[in-house]
Write a protein that binds this ligand. Sequence first.
Ligand code: NA7
Length: 536
Amino acid sequence: MTNENGKGTATDFDVVVVGAGFAGLVMLYRLRQIGVTARAYETGNGVGGTWFWNRYPGARCDVESMEYSYQFSPELQQEWNWTERYSAQPEILRYINHVADRFDLRRDIQLSTRVTTATYDEGNALWTVETDRGDRVTARFLVMATGCLSAANTPNFPGRDSFAGRSLHTGAWPQEGVDFTGKRVGIIGTGSSGIQSIPVIADECAHLTVFQRTPNFSVPAGNRPLTVAERDRVKAVYPEFRAANSLTPFGVNFDSTGISALAVSDDARVNEYEERWEKGGLRFLGAFVDLMFDRDANATAAEFVRDKIRSIVKDPEVAAMLTPKDVIGCKRLCSDTGYFEAFNRPNVKLVDVAADPIVEITKDGLRTQTRAFEFDTLVYATGFDAMTGALTRIDIRGKGGAKLADAWSAGPRTYLGVATVGFPNLFLVTGPGSPSVLSNMVPSVEQHAQWISSCIRDLRDRGTRSIEAQPDAQDSWVGHVNEVAGTTLYPQCNSWYLGSNVPGKPRVFMPYLGYATYVEKCNEVAANGYEGFTLG
Ligand code: NA7
C-alpha cells in the first residue's frame, strides 16, 4: 500500500496507531504482517499501557496468567513462563517489554508522545494526526488502541490542589514507587485498585484512612505460584485451551457448572460457593449460569459473600459498612488478597463518605461534612473515565469537521465497537459496543487487531480507499447491545460499565456481553464483504 502524498517520507504512514499497550503492540505486529507502514504513538515513556501506568502496590491481573497472554505466536506462548496463577503488574510489564523486543516492534513506536488531534480529510481519505511533541503526520487509517481503562478519573473536589502532601492516582503511579513507611495515608475509592492496594499500603504505612462511597463485593484471589507441571499441562494443549475459552460468553474459563443456582438444594449451592471461595478468583461467578441474569439466583451468591465479610471483619460496625447491598458482579467483581482482613488492623480506619460526603480537600488532608482528616499522602483510587474517556479526550474530527466527543455526547454509538458513523477509516480496538471489559482483554484485542488488519488488507487488495459504518447497521448494533444488556443484571447498579462513576457522563451500558457470538458476527460481516459498511 502506498500513500499518495509522500511515499516513504518520514511523516507519512499507511496507519497511525494510538497507544502501545497490549492492543497497540499486537496491532503493529499484524500490520507488519500485511506489509503496511505504521507508526504508534504512546504517551508513556515505555510500552505497556494499563500495565505501564497502574504500578500501585498490589496491582495484579484478575484473569489467570495462562489465559491473560497473547496467542498470536505459538513460539512466544511456549517460551514464556508465568510464575504465578495471577500475574502481578511487574511481571506483566516484563512480558509486554519482552514481546516488544522479540518481535522488534519498538522501531515503529514513538514514546513520550501524546496524540492531541486527529482530523479526517474526506477528499483525500486521509487522517492527519498531531501530537504534543509537534508531529503532524498523515495516514490512510487511524487505529485507536487507547485502552478501556486508561483515562484517569480524579474527582474535582473543591480545594483539590491545596493539599500540601503528596497526591497520587493509582492509574498514574510513579515509576520509582512510593515509600509509605511512617506515613499517614488517606485513600479514596474501594474499587479493584483500592481493594488491591489497601492491604499492601496498610502493611507499610503508619496509618491508613479508607474513604469508601460504595462497598464492593470481593472474593479471595487465591493467588499462588504456578508449578512447572501446571504450566506444562496447559502448554501441551495451548491451542485447544484457547479455542475452548473462546467459545465461552466472557472468553475466559469460569469453569461454569452450567446449571441454575435455583435448581439445587441450599446445601449443594453453599458447597459450590464454598469450594470456589476456597480456590479463589472470579470463577466464583461461574458457580451457576444465572447469577448475572436472575435476581434471586444472584442474591444467593451475594448473601454468601456478605456472610463471609461478616465472618472476617471483627468489628460488626465496620463489617456492616463493608457489606454491599446490591447485586454481586453488577459492578465488576473484585478479587483480593487480604482486603477485608486489613480492616482488622489497628492502623486502618474506614470512613463512609456516602453517609458523610467529602466536602473539600484541605492543605492537611480532607474534610467531610462532619469531620476533618489529616494525612501525608492522598491516594486517589477513583478509577477511570472508562471506555470513552481516552477517545473523547483527543480532538478527533471526522466528516464535515464533526467532533467524536460531540457525536457521542449522549453516549457512544458504534458498529461492532470497532467503527463509528461519520468517522471513516477510524478503527477502535475494543471500543464501546464490543465485548472488551466483559471479556478477557488480551484475546479481545488480538481478535480486533486480526480483524482490522484483515480489513485493511482486503481494502488494499480491492483498491478501496475508505470504509465507514452505515447508520442503519450502527443503530441496529447499538440496539442489540442494549437488548442483550437488558437481559442481564448489569444495568441495575451504578458502575463504570454505565459511565455512572463520572459526573455528567450519559448512563449507557457500554460493553457487549457475548464474546463467542461477537466473534462470529465480526467474521460474518467480513465474509459478506463488510456488510454494514460503505466502501469508497
Ligand atoms: P473503580 O472500580 O471505578 O473504583 C473507583 C472507586 O472510587 C469506587 O469505589 C468509587 O466509588 C470511588 N469514587 C469515585 N469517585 C468518587 C468520589 N467523588 N468520592 C468518593 N469515592 C469516589 O476503579 P478501579 O481503578 O478501582 O478499577 C477499575 C477497573 O480496573 C476494575 O474494575 C478492574 O477491571 C481493573 P463508587 O463505587 O463510584 O461509589
